[in-house]
Design a protein. Sequence first.
Lengths: 94, 425
Amino acid sequence: MPKANVTFEKLGITISVPAGTRLIEISEKVGASITYGCREGECGSCIMKISSGMENMSERSVLEDKVLQENMAGRSDRLACQAQVLGGDITVKA
Amino acid sequence: MKRVPDAVEIAPGTHWIGALDPGLREFDIILKTANGTTYNSYCVRGTNGVAVIDTVKASHAEEFFARLEQVARYDEISTIVLNHLEPDHSGALPELMRRAPQAKLYISAKAQLMLKALVKSDDLQFNIVKTGDSIDLGGRTLRFFSTPFLHWPDTQCTLIEEQNILFSGDVFGCHFCDGRLFNDQVGDFRFSFEYYYQHIMRPFREHVLEALELLEPLPLQLIAPAHGPILREAPLSYMQRYRQLASPLLHNEVGAHNKSLLVFYISSYGNTARMAQAVVEGAESIQGVRVSLYDLQAGGDLPFVDLIEEADGLAFGSPTINGDAVKPVWDLLSSLAMIKVSDKLGAAFGSYGWSGEAINMIEDRLRGLKLRVPIKGVRARLIPTEEELENCRDLGKQLAQHLTGKIEKRVISMSELLAQEPTHA
């Protein structure tokens, strides 16, 4: 199964995960935080900044794009409950 | 005390048309309101149009419309501005839009979702405004300032440029109902002002400071908040008070180059206390961290909340009694809604007799508060062994290394990470 390496900058930890994993699942397991938001891509409470490797993430869905825009998020922001890692290296600010 | 039967002119062409709620004793479940509250709404008249700034709680709509009708006809209303969409300010909005269908609605970008949830209409028209945008009412220019998270994502302030009157929304407001309306005429409301800041604005301290940067340069003549007295006497002093409240009171000896780690513990037989001491020893072995130790048995929650607000890392030590962490720990961990704790570093440790669930439960709570909890907590059965105390020292050391950016970088697979998860008894 293809793997991706997700680095949490502030924690100084890199996790090797199966492709298709959502960022929120990794961030919870690694101790970055638990997000008690809607987890359905609506509330915007799990916005996470991607430092590098955006090309290794799933495309934004129409819903994610809409919620990010409503929250005035930048190009490097993603909803952790929606964004999946596809492969390669990804670094997040968490 | 004189009641306010009519709309009240607060400046030439601008009227207060809000509602009084003197009997309210509790607001949104969490706030005590010994003096009730007001829902302040304002009407601004220009030569080309009339604007209504904010509305009132639905239960007080009648009072609001009666006052509005005294100063404007519905067909004159060209503009509706909502600085904040919580129901106590937007309750009368659907009816106002029905009565003045030609009026254009102006809200912040983040207010859209709330608006759609409040006004159930397929044909909802509105305009998004941000800092720098303005509307010309003819001799009265409304200028907008984006001041998000004070105390909801949608909040903004609106200025009448020609008169330097700021409609501030909840900022600079308070729950204090007095029909005399103006701060130089009402009863002493200072405690309400402070209480409101502490409970509503304090968790958003960083956003308060950002908003002050935007608002302090304005030569304001009057601040018209959405709750409580209208600040016409020394309005800037209320802004200065916000600046004071949002800044640390005392000089903190921990400079920008140092980090602060607080270790809280409570102990029935001295075992968790020994572990706390070891966490402190470990943390102190790393340069650049000020480590403080507190016994929760002797302290109330409030001074600790103040300390936590400014700390970078927090460690909690609790024994496990009847399968749970003990009440003083939960009391403190449920008192943090007043401050921002997300992104701080957290950890747990403790002694136990049988099962030791307290550590995992505290860790879960810390993660739920959006702290980072990267280091597995330390548990010791009853009296900690030298090895377990060493584990506590290592916990303290790792916390300090995390805080100072000296932590060794690790690479781990998801399956290893899952295997590390503590098993719950």
